[in-house]
Design a protein around this ligand. Structure first.
Ligand SMILES: Cc1ncc(COP(=O)(O)O)c(C=O)c1O
Length: 389
């Protein structure tokens, strides 16, 4: 068959590959961003009750009304925003679909989209399928801050979208108020939209707060913010998230979403709505919950040979090993999974084209026993290092 791939450079994602390797090698899995913890018991009960009730047919396309309202109330509490749930919030099957549909609804042929490297892997394929072109702007180690002058130099008449991700996967950096102000200034009076991937919004540490796109009055007008219940409720397998955008952008977004997914699993939406209404404390307790794990992993790795890149958000810790070996991180990650029984994610897969890097991403959303054992093995990394190719 003469098959021309629309995504010739896209293979199976590293997350799938490393998760499979971890299973096959029975390794401790610090690779995929999957928590070890169960969703809150009250949430599971609320979802179970919805399954047993009369909620098993299609939900409305934008989302089940109680969930749209619960999200709107939460945004009001956090950002003093009064949004119209029917016009400005859409429930989606995870953040991934929201990002895909937003890009495909709003990016046209030859439009340029700026992404910051290292970048989460689902942005570029969506841009390519939309006919757009990705422009990569690097975040420079060790701070991984945005170089706004570089962004300014990259913007041109074809720039249609800038994708931001804060807290940032994989580096753990978070954007500051000055970053949002610079972004607002650069996009003012332009045709540029801002797509903000905020799936780790409740994982911000050391007393800092999450600066959502929605907290910035000017950016909010030209922006779409994406959230994930999977991340915030320890339920990644449910794949439920939502997108918030002004009515005109929401209308365009829904034109794609309705033919991609149409609507999201109804009993889960209703259970989520009840849980969010009854247990607002779950969200406010999340930063402390995850910060304790970040600190625990840092303490366990503290005297070891790996260099830790400070993590201010997400549930990831990046480590650098270039002072130990010149071996590529893809090779090292695979080797560590087999030889040391610890699966991690190599940083280079967040770069395009895959550049040789010397960093690993560790997920610390894990129970204490896993963190202790994984850290002990990683602290012995020198005995597992393969020869550099
Ligand atoms: C930065 C980022 N965006 C989006 C997603 C996808 O979220 P979801 O599972 O809700 O589709 C992830 C998942 O790991 C992520 O790390």
């Amino acid at each position: 068959m003469n098959l021309t791939s629309k995504l010739p450079n896209t293979g199976t994602t590293i997350f799938t590959t490393m998760a499979r390797m971890a299973r096959e090698c029975e390794a401790l899995n610090l690779s995929q961003g999957v928590p070890d913890f169960d969703p809150p018991a009250a949430l599971v009960r609320a979802v179970q009750a919805s399954f047993a009730g009369a909620a098993n047919q299609y939900a409305p396309m934008p989302g089940a009304q109680p969930l749209l309202e619960a999200v709107a109330d939460n945004l009001h509490r956090r950002f003093a925003l009064r949004l119209d749930p029917q016009e400005e919030i859409t429930v989606t099957p995870g953040a991934t679909e929201a990002l895909f549909c937003a890009i495909n609804a709003l990016v046209g042929r030859d439009d340029e989209v700026i992404v910051f490297d290292p970048a989460y892997d689902c942005y570029e394929p969506a841009v390519t399928l939309a006919g757009g072109v990705v422009r990569h702007v690097p975040l420079a180690a060790p701070e991984f801050a945005v170089d706004w002058d570089h962004v300014r130099a990259t913007i041109n008449a074809r720039t249609r979208m800038i994708i931001i991700n804060s807290p940032h996967n994989p580096t753990g950096t978070v954007l500051a108020q000055d970053d949002l102000n610079q972004l607002a200034e650069l996009t003012r009076d332009s045709r540029i939209l801002v797509l903000s991937d905020e799936v780790y919004e409740y994982m911000v540490y050391d007393g800092r707060s999450h600066l959502s796109l929605l907290s910035h009055p000017e950016l909010r007008e030209r922006g779409l913010a994406v959230s994930s219940f999977g991340k915030t409720l320890h339920a990644t397998g449910w794949k439920v998230g939502y997108l918030v955008a002004p009515p005109a952008l929401t209308a365009e977004f829904r034109k794609v979403h309705q033919f991609c997914q149409f609507s999201v699993i109804n009993p889960v939406q209703l259970g989520l709505a009840q849980f969010l209404r009854d247990h607002p404390e779950h969200l406010t307790e999340l930063p402390a919950f995850f910060q304790a794990r970040r600190d625990r992993l840092a303490e366990l790795l503290g005297d070891g040979p790996l260099r830790l890149i400070p993590s201010s958000g997400t549930y990831f810790q990046m480590v650098d090993y270039r002072h130990l070996s010149g071996v590529s991180d893809v090779e090292l990650a695979e080797h560590l999974t087999r030889a040391a029984g610890v699966a991690t994610i190599p940083i280079s897969v967040f770069y395009a084209p895959e550049a040789r890097q010397h960093g690993l991403r560790l997920c610390f959303a894990k129970d204490d026993a896993t963190l202790i054992e994984a850290a002990q093995r990683l602290n012995r990394i020198e005995q597992y290092l393969p020869d550099a190719a």
